[in-house]
Design a protein around this ligand. Sequence first.
Ligand code: UTP
Length: 296
Amino acid sequence: MEVRKAVLPVAGWGTRFLPATKAMPKEMFPIIDKPVIQFIVEELLEAGIENVIFVTGRHKRPIEHHFDINTDLERHLEEAGKEKILKNIREISHMVNPIYVRQKQQLGLGHAVLTSEPAVGFEPFIVSLGDIILEKGEKVLRDMMDIYNRFGKSVIALFEVPQEDVSKYGIAKVKEIEDGVYIVEDLIEKPSPEESPTNLAIVGRYIFTPKIFEKLRETKPGKGGEIQLTDAMKLLLEEEVIYAYRIDGKVYDTGNPVDYLKTVIEFALSREDIGEELFSFLQELISKQIQPIDRP
Ligand code: UTP
């Protein structure tokens, strides 16, 4: 059976961004003028996936509103003659066929995925994390779906991180079967650089067979009392082969303040309308901040 559905877990607390996330989901934070979650939905649509299941929680209503029709706003833009933005606003409200599933308690990413089971049913599905934007994301999803279609087993995305950073990620021990395609042998959560078998980190795009739900039900709460998706994947490994795909493009993590800011700056610098002005501003700012005495 082909992959038709995607699950977007967006119910987390976003504690690294408090107090900003007290009433506003981090998935709605703007990359200039487009919320992070819209990038992820657009990536799915470009890859041909229209059935999107959002796993939401308290304070996540803005996500529902974002993909809904806002007739008042549309009327206002129409009356104001703002055709271009009106077209854009209408497109957003017709983007996806959303299903919203409520994760009543934030018991971890694994638990969020398990919450989506009634909406997914017994079929393969994508999981895209709500705070990771990929360069060439459509290609990543298409390539991963190709691997799924060939082997009929789960596929996870990996990307190369500097060896000294492996302790920030879930790392995969793998055997390469084709250029950039692997069989997963083991998954290790946040290893030290010395003990890490590779520098290939799990990155927020997955295709799962429905067997993952059975494994999530068996998964005991791990670190912080949360049901970890990686723990369920380790259980799945005991029964099914898991394939992996190496991402070549850039990965933007918007879930923590410094990487979020780097993402905003990089995207802004590449924009025709504001890039040049921002570049001059940054140059000026940097030249003022670095005192001659601080220079090597
Ligand atoms: P993160 O660990 O990045 O999100 O989970 P978080 O827990 O919201 O952030 P911090 O660590 O407290 O700052 C990755 C994705 O999984 C979702 C999050 O919304 C995020 O998009 N998630 C996490 C859930 O849906 N439910 C959970 O219980 C935990």
